[in-house]
Design a protein. Sequence first.
Length: 357
Amino acid sequence: MELLQKTLAQITPIDETAVAAARARLDDLVKPIGSLGRLEAISAQIAGITGQVKNEIKKKGIIVMSADNGIVEEGVAAAPQVVTLIMTGNFMKGVTGVAVLAKEAGADLTVVDIGVNGDTSAFPGVLQKKIANGTANFAKGPAMSREDAVKAMEIGIEVAESLIEQGYDLIGTGEMGIGNTSSSSCILAALGGVEIDIAVGKGAGLTDEAHNYKKSVLKKALELNQPDKDDPIDVVAKVGGFDIAGLTGVFLAAAAHKVPVVVDGFISAAAALVAYRMNPLSRQYMIPSHSSAEPGFLAMMAQIDMEPILNLDMRLGEGSGCPLAFHVVDCALAIMNHMATFAEATVSNETLVDIRE
C-alpha cells in the first residue's frame, strides 16, 4: 500500500502557466484562431504536463496487461479462456492488432502477465508479474482480495515507472483478458451508478440471447458483492480484474511523473475511471484515443468528462487505439513546434476572429 499511497500523493495539477503560454502561441500561429481544434487542445495539454510550450515525443510505449477473469465460468464470454494465454504469446510475435499498429507508430510493446491462467514463461519478453491464475468468479464472491487489488495497482505503477526511467515520454494502455468486458461493465455500474442495460455490451460478439444472459449474471453479481461506490479499491477487488487494476496503476504513475498517458477502449477506460476516482488530478494527464463501439464506453467517458479524439468503429481492445492517437499527438506537437507565427510569416491577423466563439 505504501507505493500506491506515495504515488497518489505525488500527483499535482498540470502547469496552467505553461498551458496559457501554449494557447497564446497557438492563437498567434498563421491560421484562423482555433481552427485546428482538438490538435490545439492536445498541444496545450502536453505543455501543461511538461511545463514547456514546445515538446517532442522521443519514446512511445504501450503497456499491455494480460489477465484472466473468473467470471467466464458463468458463460458470459464468446471466446474460451485459453485465448488470453494464446494472445499473450502472439503479442510478442508482433502479429496482433496492437503489435502491428504500434510498429507503424514507432511504439514499443511491454506485455505483462499479471494474472493469466496458464504459463507464459515460454513467451520471450513477457514480464512475469502473475498474482494468480486469474481472478475468482465474482458471481460467487469477490474477484480478489483488497490486498491483491492494491498489489496489482502497484505492479502497474512499477512497470510504468520502469518505462519512464528508460525515457518513454508517451505511454499507452492496453489489455488482454477474456471476460474483462464483464469486469469493466461492473466497474462502470458500481462507480458511476450506470444501469446494467447501458453498461453491459456484447463484448467480443455475443448473440442477443447470450447478451441478455450476461446482463442478468452481472446484475446478480453486483447485488451479491455490494461494491462500495465511494471506495474504488473495493470496487476493483469485488468486481474488477488484475488487468484493470494494473492499468489503474499505470495511469496513476504517469500522472505522478508528469507523462501523458493514452486511454484505449472500454477496459482501459474502466481503469482510467478507477484512477480518476482515486485522484481526480490524474485525468489531466490522460488523452482519450478512439470511441469504442462497446455501448458503455461513452457512459464511461462521461464519468471522466472526456471525449474521444477518433471514431473508427473499433472494439478490439489490446491498446489498439493508442498507436492511432500517438500519430495525432505527434501532429499536435508538430503544429506548435514548426508552424510560423503571423509575424514570422509576414501575414496580418487584424481581420481574424476567434472561430471558437
